[in-house]
Design a protein around this ligand. Structure first.
Ligand code: LER
Ligand code: MN
Length: 262
């Protein structure tokens, strides 16, 4: 289990400054935003050369929407996701984070033939098979992220994401687990993680109130011990708000998280 942090949480005017700060605070990797990354590849590579910090993941950043009712929007999302997977591979990232859909369905309910959710899942499986081929070719995972009920209606639990991934049946389409969303949707975070063995390839860290771990009531020790049990050896990236000064709170948080891993 290695600690990472989203780039926007690290103080610094340039990516190089952020890389140096994240390393100083005790992180092993940084998660970058996908939006406009195509224009930042050289800057990112330059900042990483001579540093031991790695790129854990690319967080979204594609245009369009995979489950839109408009073919143009779906095609845009597929094209961008494929490009981001290629960039992810070039940067040595584990994967690209993909949220199947934000908010309510964008396609009509066709019941009694099929409900919107059934159609969405079938469409998602079809599109992920195509995306999975690209992900496999370039060697960068497509990481499905379940969100809580206030942000999506479709994939809300690790188990639901696994169900989709099993139907896709691609070695490059996997699942990620976000402690904030899990604290809302899962009955028990550690049990959800245990069911994710062989599927979970990335983790987001935030406490129950989406502040830094240690500021809420999530049991990180239990979650980390479940991750250890399933042999999880990839990154856990902070995605949260920081109450206070980042330069003081982030090193403290690294120590807190290390303590939860013991
Ligand atoms: C959104 O709540 C979230 O958790 C992000 O990781 C989605 O990209
Ligand atoms: Mn997340």
């Amino acid at each position: 289990m290695k600690l990472a942090i989203q780039e926007n949480l690290v103080p610094g005017k340039s990516f190089l400054e952020k890389v140096n700060k994240a390393t100083e605070y005790g992180f092993q990797a940084i998660e970058v935003w996908g939006m406009d990354i195509v224009n930042r590849v050289e800057e990112i590579k330059g900042a990483l050369s001579g540093s031991k910090l790695r790129i854990s993941t690319i967080c979204a950043g594609y245009r369009g929407s995979l489950l839109s009712s408009s073919k143009e929007e779906r095609d845009k999302a597929i094209k961008d996701i494929k490009e981001l997977l290629t960039i992810g591979s070039d940067l040595g990232a584990v994967g690209l984070i993909v949220v199947p859909i934000f908010g309510p369905p964008q396609i009509p309910d066709l019941s009694p033939w099929k409900r919107a959710e059934e159609i969405e899942k079938e469409l998602l499986v079809t599109l992920l098979k195509e995306i999975g081929e690209k992900a496999e070719e370039v060697g960068c995972f497509c990481l499905l992220e379940p969100l809580n009920r206030y942000e999506t209606h479709l994939i809300k639990t690790v188990e639901q994401a696994i169900e989709i991934v099993k139907r896709v049946n691609s070695p490059a389409v996997k699942v990620m687990a976000d402690f904030f969303h899990m604290s809302i949707e899962e009955a028990k975070i550690d049990e959800a993680i245990k069911k994710g063995k062989d599927f979970i390839c990335h983790v987001h860290l935030a406490d129950s109130n989406r502040l830094l771990p240690g500021c809420g009531h999530t049991d990180f020790k239990a979650g980390f011990s479940a991750l250890k049990e399933i042999g999880y050896d990839k990154y856990m990236a902070l995605e949260c708000r920081i109450p206070g000064k980042a330069e003081e709170e982030l090193p403290k948080c690294v120590e807190y998280l290390k303590g939860c891993m013991e």
